[in-house]
Design a protein around this ligand. Structure first.
Ligand SMILES: Cc1cc2nc3c(=O)[nH]c(=O)nc-3n(C[C@H](O)[C@H](O)[C@H](O)COP(=O)(O)O)c2cc1C
Length: 397
């Protein structure tokens, strides 16, 4: 992974940490990136554009209306950039960018860009703790932006807390990962299943489970953002379809099995996050079941195991298969058994109490080489870790 010869635009916002943008530019140059700088008006109050122009041997764009600049700076910069990093990303920049504002050169370039964007927030802990700030971040992430930091530490105000910008080397590392992931799944087709399946008992009742579909939707969103063609087979969930994802809605395990079998031939990889019901009602009543005696028995029959079916049927390791295991005890052991029994490449194993609902999860990745425990992180970040493994498996075959 390298930034060598990659064209990077650094956007500098108006915070004290702007002084670290100078070191960031140097760090990116040490990694052989080609760097251009844009600054907000407030950013240019904190560090001199002359310093950054001197470092990059290129004019620093600070003004959308600069009569010296031939053409439209924001259009040219956004077309030139292979990645944009905003450091420091002030609370104000996050707010404006999250609403698609374009009233200065940094915001207009962001809105005009089609490349990966990394924000390195820096602000006072109280600004960082505000609900509004986090709503803005959620919106930006929903549009595909990634974040590094902030971190806890000493602040310019003399206080200590959460809101300090990540160090330049850490930002450069995050940018390197982001650039490596950009377009790395281009030309690949990835089939993702998500959500619960619902097994009807009668016209109004069903057996379901607590899966919300968030993990699978995150995998689909990140795979599409990284250039893959994505087919998302979703059980009944209330989530919005991520951009550039083809979604097929299903209800029962049998329907999911049918749709998966229709799409699997074209898939380079299958990521099965769905919580598929193991059993369904032997008979679905056509009329609403009436209340009867003290007890009621429901006769259940086993559903097909979609993942095991794919594992048994594949040849030469194609498609790459990723399964999910939710356990309530000994998570890793359950995952290792599933890996072997179902003949898959990778199992993402998590505890039932960690995974359902929420935007974060904690998991262990299990493959033939061993276990990789992952720290708690967002489902989007976990998706990238899974997709890194998928990419490596695809390139090794
Ligand atoms: C001395 C000083 C330090 C500031 N530091 C920060 C900061 O670290 N983070 C932040 O979000 N805003 C900070 N602000 C407030 C921003 O400068 C202000 O919101 C500005 O409008 C942001 O402009 P921008 O959108 O161009 O970044 C600071 C203001 C001053 C005067």
């Amino acid at each position: 992974m390298s930034l060598s010869e990659r064209k990077i635009v650094v956007g500098v916002g108006g915070g004290i940490a702007a002084f670290k943008a100078v070191e960031l530019v140097r760090e990116l140059q040490r990694r052989n990136a080609i760097v251009r700088v844009m600054m907000t008006e407030a950013g240019a109050r904190f560090v001199g554009p002359v310093t950054l122009a001197g470092l990059t041997a290129h004019p620093v764009v600070t003004d959308l209306w600069d009569p010296q600049y031939p053409g439209e700076a924001h259009v040219e910069l956004s077309a030139w950039a292979e990645a944009i990093v905003i450091a420091p990303a002030t609370a104000n920049i996050l707010a404006r960018a999250s609403f698609g504002m374009a009233d200065d050169v940094v915001l207009a370039t962001l809105l005009c860009s089609d490349c990966p964007v990394l924000f390195a927030p820096a602000m006072h802990p109280r600004m960082w703790s505000r609900k509004a700030t986090h709503e803005n971040i959620t919106r930006l992430k929903g549009n595909g932006a990634t974040f590094v930091g902030p971190v806890r530490g000493p602040l310019a105000s003399g206080e200590e807390g959460m809101g300090r910008m990540s160090e330049p080397a850490e930002i450069a590392d995050a940018l390197t990962t982001l650039v490596a992931r950009s377009g790395d799944l281009k030309g690949r087709t990835i089939l993702v299943t998500a959500g619960p399946t619902v097994e009807d008992l009668d016209p109004v009742r069903f057996i379901g489970n607590r899966s919300t579909g968030r993990m699978g939707f995150a995998v689909a969103a990140r795979a599409a953002a990284r250039g893959a063609k994505v087919v998302l087979v979703a059980g009944p969930v209330t989530l919005e379809t991520p951009p550039r994802v083809t979604r097929v809605d299903v209800r029962s395990a049998l329907e999911m099995a049918t749709v998966v079998s229709e799409h699997v031939r074209k898939a380079d990889a299958v990521v099965m996050t769905a919580a598929v019901a193991d059993y369904r009602a032997a008979r679905v009543a056509t009329e609403k079941l009436k209340k009867g005696g003290e007890r009621l028995s429901i006769d259940l029959v086993q559903n097909p195991d979609i993942l095991a079916g794919l594992g048994a049927a594949r040849e030469n390791g194609k498609p790459v298969l990723v399964g999910f295991a939710v356990e309530t005890q000994d998570v890793a052991a359950g995952a290792r058994k599933k890996l072997v029994d179902k003949k898959v490449d990778l199992i993402f194993a998590n505890h039932a109490t960690d995974g359902f609902g929420g935007d974060e999860n904690e998991a262990i990745l299990v493959d033939a080489a061993g276990d990789q425990p992952l720290p708690r992180m967002t489902k989007l970040a976990l998706s990238d870790v899974i997709l890194d493994r998928v990419r490596d498996l695809l390139t090794s075959r």
